[in-house]
Design a protein around this ligand. Structure first.
Ligand code: ZN
Length: 261
């Protein structure tokens, strides 16, 4: 595979323990395929230090936050811990976003707790002038109404988007990017294809959201560069543009989203 594109994986969990034995290989393979850097999303305080250490060791980027799946019983205490680590890293230019946070109606975490964590993280994002990396499952109406009332200063991205064009347009109108992952490569993902067709290319960023243990999957399915190239080529075909043009646009969108220099 040629490295003709210059790409950023805007959401990939390479800090997860599952990757401990394969991380060096995956970063090498990723960069050989033209993916210059990646953003490690924050999911739980347990991972924060490891993310920071990996971002330093492999020269990549990270976000800090709480995923709705991993909230503890002490949201107030957890938000204090998040605020302390953000303060400590406020001059670390590898820290590029707050998240992944959001609302998820399919997870067990009580709704009130999810809301409390979401609101707390929006206010921390504002305080540290960071964009939000949002995880939204079956809660688009609630997330949109919260975003409209809280008006986060830096907007952000709806990662792993799978919804209809109307929803994507509503987020886009609020200044958010739409994170497109491997689902676009699924021939049955008609709603997402419609979304990619109907919005302008500057609405999107691309991601793998890779999080599974490589040894349990065929190696091809954990080739980050290959996955992102396929997504770019699919978008290019849908928008009748060249792959190079789409990859340049995705890079520019990622730089804009995460405020990279
Ligand atoms: Zn994720």
């Amino acid at each position: 595979m040629s490295a003709q594109y210059s790409i950023i994986d805007t959401h990939v969990h390479l800090d997860f323990d599952d990757f401990d034995d394969h991380r060096a290989y995956l970063f090498k393979q990723m960069r050989a395929g033209g993916v210059n850097t990646a953003v490690l999303p924050g999911v739980s305080p347990v991972n924060w230090q490891k993310q920071i250490q990996i971002a330093t060791e492999y020269d990549c980027l990270f976000a800090l936050g709480f995923h709705p799946w991993y909230l503890s019983d002490h949201i107030g205490k957890d938000l204090d811990a998040l605020s302390r680590i953000l303060e400590k890293n406020k001059n670390n230019n590898k820290l590029v976003a707050l998240g992944e946070c959001g609302l998820d109606k399919l997870c067990q975490t009580p709704w009130q707790k999810q809301l409390e964590a979401f609101h707390g993280q929006i206010s921390l994002a504002d305080h540290y002038a960071l964009p939000l990396m949002l995880h939204v499952v079956k809660s688009h109406g609630e997330v949109l109404s919260n975003l409209r009332s809280f008006k986060p200063k830096k907007a952000g991205v709806i990662h792993g988007f799978s919804g209809a064009p109307e929803l994507a347009k509503a987020y886009y109108a609020l200044g958010f990017k739409i994170g497109i992952g491997p689902l676009l490569l699924n021939a049955n993902a008609k709603k997402l294809q419609k979304t990619v067709n109907e919005l302008p290319l500057n609405a999107f960023v691309i991601e793998t959201d890779l999080s599974q243990e490589p040894s349990k999957k065929p190696l091809e399915s954990t080739n980050i560069a290959r996955i992102l190239h396929l997504i770019i080529d699919k978008m290019a075909k849908m928008h009748k543009k060249s792959g190079v043009l789409v990859s340049k646009q995705m890079l520019a969108n990622s730089i804009e989203l995460y405020n990279l220099q």
